[in-house]
Design a protein around this ligand. Structure first.
Ligand code: V4E
Length: 261
């Protein structure tokens, strides 16, 4: 299991100088487009699950990483959940990239009772049931996705998400400059992102395959944040939070009310 522990920060004009002073090494710049999907009643995101397609690859981020293995308490909303000031600015998400596992987790979430329910609940249940019936088993769904859009990688198409009644709710392009930085106890990646809707944000990220190492990751991130002179104040919003606040205020308010954002 891959767990992504990260902390967002606002980029000061001298951030690149600070990174280079700390020995950070530039590992490249890239441009990518993200598309996020959910049901009309936001059943995935209200369950703190984020389904994304980036460069024809699917990824699901789930908030259950911090509570796995019983070694530490996971905070609400994928939060760092620790006792130190800096931990509260960190988030901790499990990243799933294997398509079969993504499909299984999405199906489980859509057919469960954890989501928004409400007025669209019944319709959504019917849609999910229909999507699952049409696709019969996930092995077949994956086969369908491979064949559905000529020239795309297997599974990169959106047929399987459509069959489950999911729709894109956010789409934006990011220009990213990434750095590699040695911290105490591990290596971190620092990304400086500029999204096409006019928001810039940085993030310090440590990936670990062992949930027992989350505290080490938090320590690495907090130390780097201190060295970069980042403020210990309020948690800095990510691109999605700002996107929803600007373009989908109702969805944003529901996520705030559930303490997911
Ligand atoms: C987990 C999550 C979302 C999915 C997007 O995650 P994020 O890491 O912010 O995006 P990005 O582009 O930096 O992805 P990467 O390239 O690192 O894989 S959208 C909202 N969340 C939850 C969340 C939260 N509750 N608080 C903060 C500060 N960030 C994200």
């Amino acid at each position: 299991m891959n767990v992504e522990v990260e902390r967002k920060f606002l980029c000061s004009p001298d951030i690149q100088t600070k990174l280079s002073d700390l020995g950070a090494v530039s590992v490249g710049e890239m441009l990518f487009s993200d598309q996020y999907f959910d049901s009309p009643d936001w059943r995935l995101t209200l369950g703190n699950m984020w389904l994304r397609r980036r460069r024809d690859c699917w990824e699901l981020k789930c908030s259950d990483a911090g509570s796995e293995g019983g070694e530490r308490k996971g905070g609400g909303g994928g939060g760092g959940g620790g006792d130190r000031e800096g931990d509260r600015q960190c988030t901790c998400y499990r990243e799933i990239t294997e398509l079969h596992e993504i499909m299984a987790r999405v199906r489980e979430q859509l057919s469960g009772r954890e989501g928004a329910g409400g007025k669209a609940g019944e319709t959504q249940e019917a849609r999910v049931a229909k999507g699952i019936k049409e696709s019969k088993v996930y092995g077949e769904m994956e086969g369908e996705t491979g064949a559905e859009e000529e020239g795309e990688n297997e599974g990169s198409g959106v047929a399987w998400v459509r069959a489950l009644g999911l729709q894109p709710f956010a789409e934006f392009i990011t220009q990213r400059h990434s750095y590699r930085l040695e911290g105490p106890g591990g290596v971190a990646r620092v990304d400086l992102d500029s999204a096409d809707f006019g928001y810039c944000v940085g993030e310090i990220e440590v990936m670990t395959s062992n949930p027992g190492n989350i505290d080490v990751a938090l320590n690495t991130i907090n130390t780097i944040a201190l060295l970069l002179g980042l403020s210990t104040g309020k948690k800095v919003p990510g691109k999605m939070e700002v996107y929803l606040q600007r373009f989908h205020p109702e969805h944003y308010q529901r996520l705030l009310a559930k303490h997911i954002l």
